[in-house]
Ligand binder design. Structure first.
Ligand code: FAD
Length: 477
């Protein structure tokens, strides 16, 4: 990897993924380290205990407090709030108009539109929340552009646009000509594409830490560095104390693969981001000054965005699936190199701009590519999971739904079709993680070949299609 690292222009922290917190979180902590939230060291009682201090847990705490300021709410986080994917992601708060295909299959046309509109409202609410609470999370709603980069993606692009049109979402998602794509961002790899109006960029760790500050100011108790080993009913058990509560929430994202309540519906895959040095003049050269979020059509997805100081943050699927959330999700130099290679391919004019940072994290892949929210077995244990790498906006909605369910509020949120929808199950272990790892590599191999104008190998092409053949909404057709 060392030679490769030089060729790819990796420098600084990009050479040591995992040894430090993400660039986003380091920036957020430098701006405001926040008050101390020491580990739990005694037995306590609460109305609601929330396991996990990422967006899902914190939004749930926030919305619970909005319902009833007198509720005793305790959040237990094994690391620090935002230390997981909520402080590591690409910061794409994006809509679901590009998910209509799966949504319609699962919930019908009305349910699909209802769900997409609910996510649209969440994107706007995140912006309003930041404004009202004085959180400088770089929120900028400039939309989301899809760029076609290979022949194989032309059909997916056309079908996505046509379905949105049929469903009355032609203002929300529409086609872009090659010229229109180039005007927004002139990469030689891009052809035509599509544009989704529902797309806002955020600095995710600033949002997570801001959310932490707000819920703390409202009297929510947070214990960081407090791993929960299990729930006994609705009592959370930690190394030095228990929280006995009336209701419990599992907001553990990909760590759900280790929880019996959640594990059949989830596979954990890694995703990595590389970050360039600032080069605002280069952004001006390629015309990418509008703040659009951009992705290609690979099912092993590449996603990229800019920062206010003129960097590109470029993400890609790491291609690993594991049985536990271990250091491969944060310290995988091969995944960093693959992501960096994707960046160099799409932005050859940036060859002289070094890549200064890189980090990764786990994503909680569901078989439908969409999350579900609701009861996790026990009537008083709730969960939200299966975001499949698209949780920034949906976690806001999940927090609202769970808070409504817990407080018994009769709202439109609790009638959304993904509430208490049964997650589609994956095969049991060891087939699940082994199969996921093999298929993920095959997808990357197939899509990389297509992108380079090569015919993918027969075996990779067949393996990559396996999830669709098994009825999952994952991978290429
Ligand atoms: C590299 C990367 C890029 C991504 N990019 C995007 C993007 O651009 N847009 C998008 O929408 N989504 C993206 N995602 C996904 C998004 O980050 C997640 O869907 C979202 O953050 C989920 O929030 P969460 O609170 O459910 O999970 P998390 O942020 O993972 O929070 C769960 C928390 O639970 C804690 N926890 C786990 N087990 C325990 C336990 N036993 N006891 C106590 N605490 C525990 C963890 O430490 C963690 O902090 C990306 C993910 C990654 C990894």
């Amino acid at each position: 990897m060392q030679n490769g690292a030089q060729d790819l222009g990796l420098t600084g922290y990009a050479l040591t993924p995992g040894r430090q917190r993400s660039w986003w979180l380091r920036d957020a902590l430098a701006q405001d380290p926040g008050q101390d939230c020491p580990p739990l060291n005694q037995d306590v009682k609460a109305d609601v205990v929330i396991v996990g201090g990422g967006f899902t847990g914190l939004w749930t705490a926030y919305h619970l407090h909005e319902h009833n300021p007198n509720l005793g709410i305790v959040v237990l986080e094994q690391d620090i709030c935002g230390g997981g994917p909520s402080g590591r992601n690409g910061g794409f708060a994006s809509g679901w108009w590009d998910e209509l295909h799966g949504l319609v299959k699962l919930y019908g046309r009305d349910g699909a539109v209802q769900a997409a509109r609910a996510i649209s409202r969440s994107i706007d609410s995140i912006g309003t929340f930041c404004e009202i609470n004085d959180i400088d999370a770089w929120y900028r709603k400039a939309g989301y552009m899809y760029a076609v980069t290979a022949d194989a993606h032309e059909k997916s692009c056309a079908e996505m646009v046509e379905l949105a049109r049929e469903m009355g979402g032609d203002k929300e998602l529409y086609a872009l000509s090659a010229d229109e794509v180039r005007k927004r961002c002139a990469s030689p790899a891009f052809r035509n594409g599509a544009f989704m109006a529902d797309g806002a960029q955020v600095q995710p760790a600033r949002l997570a830490r801001g959310l932490r500050r707000v819920v703390l100011s409202r009297g929510v108790t947070i214990h960081e560095n407090t791993p929960v080993s299990r729930l006994d009913g609705t009592t959370a058990v930690t190394p030095a104390g228990r929280v006995e509560a009336k209701d419990a929430v599992l907001a553990v994202n990909a760590w759900g693969i280790g929880w019996p309540q959640l594990n059949r519906g989830l596979v954990a895959w890694s995703s990595y981001i590389v970050l360039t040095a600032p080069a605002p003049e280069k952004l001006r050269e390629i015309g990418w000054t509008g703040g659009e979020l951009i992705t290609d059509f690979r099912t092993s997805l590449r996603y990229f965005r800019t920062t206010p100081d003129g960097r590109i943050a470029f993400g890609g699927g790491g291609g690993r699936a594991r049985r536990t959330v271990d250091e491969m999700f944060t310290s995988d130099s091969r995944a960093v190199a693959e992501t960096a290679a994707g960046f160099r391919l799409m932005f050859p004019g940036w060859a002289e701009v070094p890549i200064e940072d890189a980090w990764g994290g786990p994503i909680d892949v569901s078989a439908t590519h969409l999350p579900t929210f609701g009861h996790a077995g026990n009537a008083n244990v709730y969960y939200a999971a299966g975001y499949t790498g698209n949780g920034v906006a949906p976690t806001h909605l999940a927090g609202q739904v769970l808070a409504d369910m817990i407080t018994g509020a009769d709202t439109d949120n609790v009638r959304l079709p993904m509430v208490n929808a049964r997650p589609m199950a994956f095969p049991p272990e060891p087939f699940r993680s082994w199969g996921a790892a093999v298929v993920r590599r095959a997808m990357i191999e197939k899509e990389t070949a297509e992108e380079n104008g090569r015919k993918p190998g027969f075996i990779a092409a067949q393996l990559a299609r396996t999830p669709r053949r098994m009825g999952y909404f994952l991978g290429p057709d």
